[in-house]
Design a protein around this ligand. Structure first.
Ligand code: G3H
Ligand code: 13P
Ligand code: NA
Ligand code: ZN
Length: 331
């Protein structure tokens, strides 16, 4: 059944677990997330980005999520919109039936320019006002996602669009976080602790100076009743990297967020853990390997089944690692 982010994370906080939020763009990802959740009795957060809507088409994506709920009626599913760049985007998602939206006012409408506090509060408060009137949950973000190694804000290939930021922008300030929650009434708060989106998070296995789990503790101590969200939380599995690079890929050496660090963060108030890249890596590795080993195969179902299987294994691991397994039937 459809559940709001607030309902789900309230349960997670009460029972001390975290919920992975997987990005979904296609049927294979959707099936992987749901089959894994079904196998281990885990509740689900499906999130759709603007890129996902562009790729699949908004209606196809919406019905994919509705189909998941129809096929697995006993699994609570939160239908979440990832990184909304404006109140209008969030409003449209609510109209389409999403039970939760993220208003990411830490960046401007271009999705990459850092904004100031007042702008962030203004757009986020606008969204909480109308979303809560519709019974929809809201995630906000305070602080700018980006690398403490390079000072680069944001994106994918490690190339920051907007130049170098200082540590004060890349690490969420606990006092400002508390003020932001008071000013906006968000249900969940994404914080910046040195993670970034994509496969190139860290050039070496991260230590406390570049992945600030200590900051999670400080923020949680200041606002213990706010559900915290970690973005850029893929672990970048080294075994999948190796397979990709072995079968024609060229991703080089790179590191993600160790699961043990996420587990530590879950002990200190992190309830939603965003994961997209790990499923992309598993999918790419599985498809590359299958096609290299089966040069005569041309039925896409054959290599896509490998993709689904690889993604499903990651989903299952994360449900178990975040103590989310066994919780679906208790909600
Ligand atoms: O926020 C980043 C997520 O990984 C979604 O990525 O915008 O390419 O769909 P996307
Ligand atoms: P990753 O790129 O680490 O998977 O993060 C995804 C994310 O934060 C989506 O909002
Ligand atoms: Na989100
Ligand atoms: Zn994100």
């Amino acid at each position: 059944a459809l559940i709001t982010l607030r309902q789900l994370l309230d349960h997670a906080a009460e029972h001390q677990y975290g919920v992975p939020a997987f990005n979904v763009n296609n049927l294979e990802q959707m099936r992987a997330v749901m089959e894994a959740a079904n196998a281990v009795d885990a509740p689900v957060i499906i999130q759709a980005s603007a890129g996902a809507r562009k790729y699949a088409g908004a209606a196809f994506l919406r019905h994919l999520i509705l189909a998941a709920i129809e096929e697995f009626p006993h699994i609570p599913v939160c239908m979440h919109q990832d990184h909304g760049v404006s109140p209008a985007v969030c409003q449209r998602s609510i109209q389409m039936g999403f039970s939760s939206v993220m208003m990411d006012g830490s960046l401007g409408e271009d999705g990459k320019t850092p904004t100031d506090y007042d702008y962030n509060v203004r757009v986020t408060k606008t969204v909480t006002d109308f979303a809560h009137a519709c019974g929809v949950s809201v995630e906000g973000e305070i602080g700018c996602l980006g690398s403490l190694e390079t000072g680069m804000a944001g994106e994918e290939d490690g190339v920051g669009a907007e130049g170098v930021l200082d540590h004060s922008q890349l690490l969420t300030d606990p006092e400002e976080a508390a003020q932001f929650v008071r000013d906006t009434h968000v249900d969940a708060l994404a914080i910046a602790i040195g993670t970034s989106h994509g496969a190139y998070k860290f050039s070496r296995p991260p230590t406390g100076d570049i992945l600030a789990i200590g900051r999670v503790k400080e923020i949680h101590a200041r606002i213990p009743n706010t559900h915290l969200v970690m973005h850029g939380s893929s672990s970048v599995p080294q075994d999948w990297l190796k397979i990709i690079n072995e079968y024609g890929g060229d991703l080089g050496e790179t590191y993600g967020v160790p699961v043990s660090e996420i587990q530590e963060a879950i002990k200190h108030g992190v309830r939603k853990v965003n994961i997209d890249t790990d499923l992309r890596l598993a999918s790419t590795g599985a498809v590359r390997r299958f096609l290299a080993k089966n040069p005569k195969e041309f039925d896409p179902r054959k290599f896509l089944a490998e993709s689904t299987k690889a993604m499903m294994a990651i989903c299952k691991e994360r449900y178990e690692q975040f103590n989310c397994a066994g919780q679906a039937s208790k909600i």
